[in-house]
Design a protein around this ligand. Structure first.
Ligand SMILES: [Zn+2]
Length: 114
C-alpha cells in the first residue's frame, strides 16, 4: 500500500493537490496517520492482531512470562504432556490403570474422556 505521509523538514506531511496548486498538510492527524503507516499493517491485520492479542492475554493472564517461555520451549521439544484430571472435582492425575473411581470425590472415571 502506498504511503500517504512523508518526512519534510523533520515533520510528517502529506500532499494535497488542488487543480494546479500543491501544498503540504501537517499536524496531529498526519502524525497519527504516519505512525499507523509505520506499522505497515492493513486495518484488517490490525483487527486480527488485536483479537489474537486479547485471546492470548485471557489465556495467559495468570501465568508468569518465565513459565510461559518454559512451557513453550517444552512444547517445541515434544516434552510437554498434560496430566488427566477428574471431570467432576478436577483432581489432577486421578486416573490410573484399573482405577474406576476418583479418590477425592468418588466420581466414576470409566467412559470419561480426559
Ligand atoms: Zn473427582
Amino acid at each position: 500500500m502506498k504511503r500517504l505521509t512523508e518526512q519534510y523538514n523533520g515533520e510528517w506531511v502529506t500532499e494535497h493537490a488542488e487543480e494546479m496548486d500543491y501544498f503540504l498538510i501537517k499536524g496531529k492527524a498526519i502524525d497519527r496517520l504516519a505512525a499507523y503507516e509505520d506499522s505497515e499493517l492493513t486495518p484488517e491485520q490490525v483487527a486480527t492482531l488485536k483479537a489474537e492479542n486479547e485471546m492470548l492475554k485471557s489465556l495467559t493472564s495468570d501465568i508468569p512470562l518465565e513459565r510461559l517461555e518454559e512451557i513453550c520451549k517444552a512444547e517445541k521439544e515434544n516434552r510437554l504432556i498434560t496430566l488427566p484430571k477428574c471431570p467432576q472435582c478436577g483432581l489432577v492425575n486421578a486416573w490410573s490403570i484399573g482405577k474406576k473411581y476418583c479418590d477425592r470425590c468418588g466420581a466414576n472415571l470409566n467412559g470419561c474422556d480426559v
